[in-house]
Structures are given as structure tokens and as C-alpha cells.
Design a protein around this ligand. Structure first.
Ligand code: URA
Length: 434
């Protein structure tokens, strides 16, 4: 087979065969096709798209380009949950222990933050001693014993995606629905769960700016998953403002623990209310979302969900004392308050811009390899649409020093404004069939 012919076919709007797609992925992973040729193909796909069959073949060939985890030793329907990314999104830290406390085995592999988006693995690593890398056997036995485990992706999981993602990142080909769908779903298929709940975000703090694109991505991922024999559910989330109050790794762990103690920001509660029932119903532990939500509320109010979180931390060598004493988490040395300079309503214009504050503080990364500071971050004391008076506290900044705090303050103020009229707000979350 000739790779130049494959590039030309896609450039001219043709449809690639299964054989051509498998050839491309296997030869690229083997190091037999250079990046510049693959970059040309990615751009042709970006411009001309892929139909559903091509996207499915691409996903499957990527999923099977490395290890595929076998979770069959764990009894029950294993459920995974995936978010397409956002700012202040600590949902996985909350919903996984609640689902596990309701009897749903949750075997979750998560990623690190990149750009303005946060990542669950970084958040967990702010817990002293916590290990996000377990062997496959350890991962499986922990899910069996404690109901859930949260780890980083193993090195050999979907290696084709690792290579392609790095190339897309530097060739202007990230924002393409078939490429995003195949990237995410290849890792989900390789991670071995039976059911997947997808949270697809849209808005100024998400990869997909428009809601329609988010719906298209959700539908495509649902179709790919169903074709691969998985139970699929999807919810669409508005990410036009950061979720909850905290942005930053250790700060978000505290907000998640507070949610498990029953103290939850309104928007986080709304997201929990939709995602947790989807996980419990997909896991076969309830027949309806209503029944599932009642189970979830009991798991939280009885403290069982928090105990699940504690056992998970202990099993993964972290210090469970952080649950009762937040001072055991990394704390930033410099603190700055930002106050309102007028009466009115807070309007968030650029959610990603607020996410960028974390990068300015040293808590977010530009490249996958970058070391980050897990202690820094923001506490949003006022949310989009909230009324404020001149001098009211808008934001607390936790920084390494005054210069970085000031830069984060500038970045925050460039992303919001105080308006005379109450600003509009979209629907926060709904399921795909709503
Ligand atoms: N997340 C992924 O894993 N892949 C993409 O392409 C975009 C977001």
C-alpha cells in the first residue's frame, strides 16, 4: 500500500477503506511513516472530514494499537466517565466515589490538564503520597476491593492516539470532530469498561465553542461506543463559566471533599444530579434516574461516599488525613483579594481566560511534560449573574509570589466585567435525549 495515495485520496474528498486506515495506524505506530506525511493526512481529514464508518475504523485501529485492558475479573458492569474538559471541573472526583458507594464498579483512567483545562490526575497528585500509576493487576484488585480506582493512562494505552494528539497539537488539527471523537473513544475502548458516561462541554471554556458542535461530537462518540458493544450515555454541559468556586489542583480537591460532605456549589450540584444517575443506571444498579439519585443522596448523607474516597486514597498510598485536615494539602504562600470596582452584576466573558490564570500562577501547563505547582489557584467568591456592590470580594488568588498574583489578577479582570444589566445564562446541563 502507498501512503502518498492515501493522502491524495483524502485530499480529494475520497473515503478511506478499513485496510487503508489500519495500514496508516499500524505503520505510523511502528515508526515507518514520517510525521510530515501524517500531518498532511490529518489536515486533509480536518478539511474534508470522515464519515461514520471511517471514524469508527480509525477509532478501533487506534484502540488496538497498544494494550487493551481486560476488566472481566471484576464482577458487575464497569462504568467509566469522561469529560471533554473544562475549567474548575472536579466532577470526576465527586461522582466516582458516589457511584462506587452505590455499588457501581468504577475503573477510571484520567488525564492531566493541558492549556486552560484541568486534569483529574494533577488534582489527585496534590494529595501527599498519592500514586496515580498502578499496575494493571493492582488497578483491577483495587476496583474489586474498594469499588473504584482512579489512575493515569498506562504508557501503552492507545499509543497511536498519543502520537497523533501530539502532532495535531502543533499542526492546527485539534478542533475536528472525527479526530476528537476517535482520540477520546480509542482510549475509552482500550480502558476496558462496559459502560461510558460522556460529559461533552461547550462554550468559552471548552474545545467546542458551539453547542451544536458539542451535540455532534456527543452523538458521534455514542455511535462509536455502541458499535463497539458498549453501553453509552452522554450529557451536554455549558462551560461558559468555571464550574464551582475553586480552580487549581489542591483547591479543587477541597471543593470535591466538601461536596462529598454535602456542601456543594449550586452548579456542581446540578451536574452531579445529572451525571451520577446516568452512571448508576448504566451500571445496572437502578431502573430509573430518580431511583438512582435517591441512592446517591443517601450515599452522600450517610458518609459512605466520603468513606469510599478515603479508602481509594489509602489504597493508592495517599494520606487520607487530608479529608479532615486541609492544611495537609499543599498551600500557596501568597494571598491576594480582587474586589469589584463598581455596583452591578458579574459577567464572565471568557471562561478559558479565567482558566489561563492558573497557567499564569504556575498551576497549569503549556506542554505535557511541564512540572506544575499544585498549591496555587483561585477561589471565585462571585459567579456569573451574581449581584455585587463596589468593594465586594470577587476573587481570592493563591500564588507563589506577588508578581504572579498580579499577573493572574490582570488576566481575570480581562475575562470578566461588571454590567448594569443582569447577563444571560445558558442551560447548564442536559442529557442527549432531553
Ligand atoms: N481530548 C482528547 O483526549 N482528545 C482530543 O482530541 C480532544 C480532547
Amino acid at each position: 500500500m502507498d501512503f502518498i495515495h492515501i493522502i491524495e485520496k483524502k485530499r480529494d474528498g475520497g473515503k478511506l477503506s478499513k485496510e487503508e486506515i489500519y495500514y496508516f495506524i499500524s505503520k505510523y505506530v511502528a515508526g515507518e511513516i514520517p510525521d510530515y506525511q501524517v500531518a498532511a493526512l490529518l489536515m486533509a481529514i480536518y478539511l474534508n472530514g470522515c464519515d461514520d464508518e471511517e471514524t469508527y475504523d480509525l477509532t478501533y485501529s487506534m484502540a488496538y494499537s497498544g494494550d487493551v485492558i481486560d476488566l472481566s475479573a471484576i464482577p458487575g458492569i464497569k462504568v467509566d466517565k469522561h469529560s471533554t474538559g473544562g475549567v474548575g471541573d472536579k466532577v470526576t472526583l465527586i461522582v466516582a466515589p458516589v457511584a462506587a458507594a452505590c455499588g457501581v464498579p468504577t475503573a477510571k483512567m484520567s488525564g492531566r490538564g493541558l492549556g486552560f483545562t484541568g486534569g483529574t490526575i494533577d488534582k489527585l497528585e496534590s494529595i501527599p503520597g498519592f500514586s496515580t500509576s498502578l499496575t494493571e493487576d493492582e488497578f483491577i484488585s483495587q476496583v474489586k476491593d474498594t469499588g473504584y480506582a482512579l489512575i493515569g493512562q498506562t504508557k501503552d494505552l492507545a499509543p497511536a492516539d498519543k502520537l497523533l494528539y501530539a502532532l495535531r497539537d502543533v499542526t492546527g488539527t485539534v478542533g475536528c470532530v472525527p479526530l476528537i471523537a476517535s482520540s477520546i473513544m480509542s482510549k475509552k475502548i482500550a480502558a476496558g469498561s462496559d459502560a461510558i458516561v460522556l460529559e461533552v462541554t461547550h462554550g468559552t471554556g471548552a474545545f467546542m465553542r458551539e453547542e451544536e458542535k458539542a451535540r455532534e461530537l456527543a452523538r458521534l462518540m455514542m455511535d462509536i461506543g455502541k458499535r463497539a458493544g458498549l453501553e453509552m450515555r452522554a450529557v451536554i454541559t455549558d462551560m461558559n463559566e468555571p464550574l464551582g468556586h475553586s480552580i487549581g489542583n489542591s483547591l479543587e480537591v477541597i471543593e470535591a471533599i466538601e461536596a462529598l460532605k454535602g456542601n456543594t456549589a449550586e452548579d456542581v450540584y446540578e451536574v452531579m444530579h445529572v451525571i451520577i444517575p446516568e452512571m448508576i443506571v448504566a451500571g445496572g444498579k437502578a431502573d430509573s434516574r430518580e431511583e438512582a439519585w435517591n441512592m446517591a443522596k443517601k450515599a452522600i448523607s450517610s458518609g459512605r461516599a466520603l468513606e469510599c474516597f478515603r479508602s481509594m486514597i489509602r489504597s493508592q498510598h495517599g494520606d487520607p488525613g487530608i479529608i479532615d485536615d486541609y492544611s495537609l494539602l499543599p498551600e500557596a504562600p501568597y494571598h491576594m483579594d480582587v474586589t469589584a470596582d463598581a455596583d452591578g452584576f458579574l459577567k464572565v466573558n471568557d471562561c478559558a481566560g479565567i482558566g489561563e490564570c492558573l497557567k499564569v500562577l504556575g498551576g497549569g501547563r503549556l506542554t505535557k511534560e511541564q512540572e506544575i505547582d499544585l498549591s496555587v489557584g483561585l477561589e471565585m467568591r462571585v459567579k456569573h449573574q451574581d449581584e455585587v456592590k463596589k468593594g465586594d470580594l470577587l476573587l481570592e488568588i493563591f500564588a507563589r509570589n506577588k508578581e504572579e498574583a498580579e499577573a493572574a489578577r490582570e488576566q481575570y479582570l480581562a475575562s470578566v466585567e461588571i454590567t448594569k444589566e443582569k447577563p444571560e445564562k445558558g442551560t447548564l446541563i442536559y442529557t442527549l435525549d432531553d
